[in-house]
Design a protein around this ligand. Sequence first.
Ligand code: PGA
Length: 274
Amino acid sequence: MTIFIRDNYNEMSKAAAKIIAKQIKEKPDSVIGLATGFTPIGTYRELIRMHKEEGLSFKGVTAFTLYEFLGEGFDIIKPYGLDKSSARYMHEEFFKHVDIDKKNIHYFDGFTDDPRRTCQEYEEKIKAAGGIDLQLLGIGRDGHWGYNEPGSSLGSRSHVVALTKQTIDDNYEDFYRKVGITKDEMPHFALTMGVGTILDARKLILVASGTKKAEIVQEALEGPITAQITSTAIQLYAGEATIILDADAASMLSNIEHIKHTEAMSKKYGFRAE
Ligand code: PGA
């Protein structure tokens, strides 16, 4: 894996957007996996800027959202409200601002009455699209990857997960409290791509920002591989993984000097060292 450390959130976001833009320019019909949460918002804003100012086109892109809350979803019949779905987030934060073709956007159906079948179908859709070329990911404070909470198998495919108390509390603080949703209304279950699904993507980008992520980033990248911290699976990943951290999120890594040296040497000699 390749780790980039950037001075701040904005620089982290720009670096992530640049890699996604490069992927799309090289392969306009790329299949991209997209994460929700607080961290990728800056990445989406930069991609929107590139679309508006530099003509970056998403016309040929196929998108798969990483997870969805169970019992939630993007219901176009409902008036625009403050629902909690990932679909809504992706629409508001990204899709409605770019030229992606709606028929190429895939979500888990959060309203499903057969979650297991929905998950199987999602796997089949990813396969039918030719697999994910590039998956964007955050990391939860409990180490989750997608919503693969502690105990999700490192080989898992898309599945239903019960969210941890920490994840529910973080979601509430970061988003929902601000829009007047009460703690009682918070979703407790989600449909998520599995760790195995994520590991099948050809490229990964993981973004993390802020001191509150520093400890888990250190454990995910340097600690022992364990299903108790599903993001540690990145250490098993065979494709091209780029981890982009701001200085705060990187602050507990033991090998910061070597990471910076590796990036400087890669730049100097023009190849990717990992
Ligand atoms: P966050 O979530 O970006 O809102 O911190 C990350 C995640 O849950 O993967």
